[in-house]
Design a protein around this ligand. Structure first.
Ligand code: AGP
Length: 369
């Protein structure tokens, strides 16, 4: 087993460190930066159909659902198609309105999640076209869908999903660009610019991993907390949700992810000197607004841990701890900002003596509803 872990203490840590590689594998043969083109062979036969669809419905569970929320931002921003993101378990038991002009994207690492499978079957019966985003080749979900794109992240052993999540986000980024290309909602020069940057994201992920030692020190400071809040805006919101889920899964600390602006509508009541609040405070369109949310937390003596853009000076004046990630176009921030949150929950869980790769009560794939 030690050999399988490649010298890492846990599969989860190995999988976190594999991300520069797994993201590269996920993009291989799919992006052509100098031509400004994305090719997705798996959904090519639907290229024409994508020009006329009315809506996209993303269905998934857990971490894959968080990837779906990032996908919503990207698809709406670049392809200008309305997107709804649904928990598969809720969607399957409603009586949703689905038409032949809808595309349903089912996201699943394992390809075996019972609720996601049932949601696909229901949408298929009602005439929708179903795309899958899956990590396990030949699993049940890819067999149920009309078309799809594999994430190619390699086997994920740790129950807490890490590299599969970033690969799902990468595929959704590619899908958003591909749809934009089909529908003419993006210029060739913009595409060249975005794809050139995306091509270098694996190196930036490598750079983000270099904060590991600092993150371990932060983990030491907050490891005994009973609760933790994760806040972000825009596509930083699903990153916050995912950070909170990772922490609860492996460290058993109660954690909540919220859109930062919603803090005022309830969670602010929880803030005192005992409450660590993790902010996604990178330099993007919501930066100034996040800063004012940080001030609100500091005014109530909360402990602020901020994920910031390299070279940041503003947030550093306020936060108790800052963890830097490389600067990037807003479209790629979820990929980078997720890395320190994975490491943070990993180190906290190790310090608390938890079972990292097989947390209590959890299964790698949930094949019963
Ligand atoms: C992730 O850390 C979780 N263990 C869990 O939420 C998982 O993402 C969910 O069960 C969905 O699994 P799937 O991607 O294999 O469908």
């Amino acid at each position: 087993e030690m050999l399988e872990k490649g010298g890492f203490e846990h599969f989860m840590l190995k999988e976190i460190y594999e991300q520069p590689r797994s993201i590269k594998d996920c993009m291989r043969g799919r992006i052509y930066p100098s031509e400004g083109k994305v090719q997705l062979g798996g959904i090519k036969e639907f290229a024409e159909k994508l020009k006329n669809i009315d809506r996209i419905i993303i269905v998934a569970c857990g971490t894959s659902w968080h990837a779906g929320l990032v996908g919503e931002y990207l698809i709406e921003e670049y392809a200008r198609i309305p997107v709804e993101v649904e928990y598969a378990s809720e969607f399957r038991y409603r009586n949703p309105i689905i038409t032949e002009k809808d595309v349903v994207i089912a996201i699943s690492q394992s390809g075996e999640t019972a609720d996601t499978m049932a949601a696909i079957e229901m949408a298929k019966e009602r005439g929708a076209t179903i795309f899958g985003i899956c990590n396990v080749a030949g699993a049940s979900i890819p067999r149920l869908t009309h078309a799809g794109v594999y994430t190619h992240a390699g086997p994920e052993i740790g129950v807490a999903s890490t590299k599969a999540f970033t690969a799902q986000v990468t595929v959704l980024t590619l899908m958003a660009f591909y749809m934009a290309q089909q529908r003419g909602t993006i210029t060739e020069s913009k595409m060249i610019e975005l794809l050139t940057e995306l091509d270098h994201i694996p190196e930036k992920i490598q750079k983000a991993l270099e904060s590991d030692k600092l993150i371990k020190e932060v983990a030491e400071k907050i490891k005994d907390s009973r609760n933790c809040l994760f806040l972000g805006r825009g596509s930083g919101f699903p990153v916050a949700l995912e950070g909170a889920l990772k922490l609860k899964e492996i460290s058993y600390i109660h954690a909540e992810g919220y859109p930062a602006a919603e803090m005022k509508h309830g969670p602010i009541a929880l803030i005192d000197e005992e409450m660590p609040v993790v902010f996604i405070a990178t330099q993007n369109s919501s930066y100034e607004k996040v800063i004012s949310n940080i001030q609100e937390v500091k005014a109530r003596k909360g402990k602020v841990i901020a994920i910031v853009t390299e070279g940041d000076t503003e947030v550093k004046k306020m936060a108790d701890y800052c963890i830097e990630i490389p600067d990037a176009n807003e479209a790629f921030l979820p990929l980078l900002a997720t890395i320190p949150l994975q490491l943070l929950s990993y180190h906290i869980a190790v310090l608390r003596g938890c079972n990292i790769d097989q947390p209590r009560n959890l299964a790698k794939s949930v094949t019963v509803e």
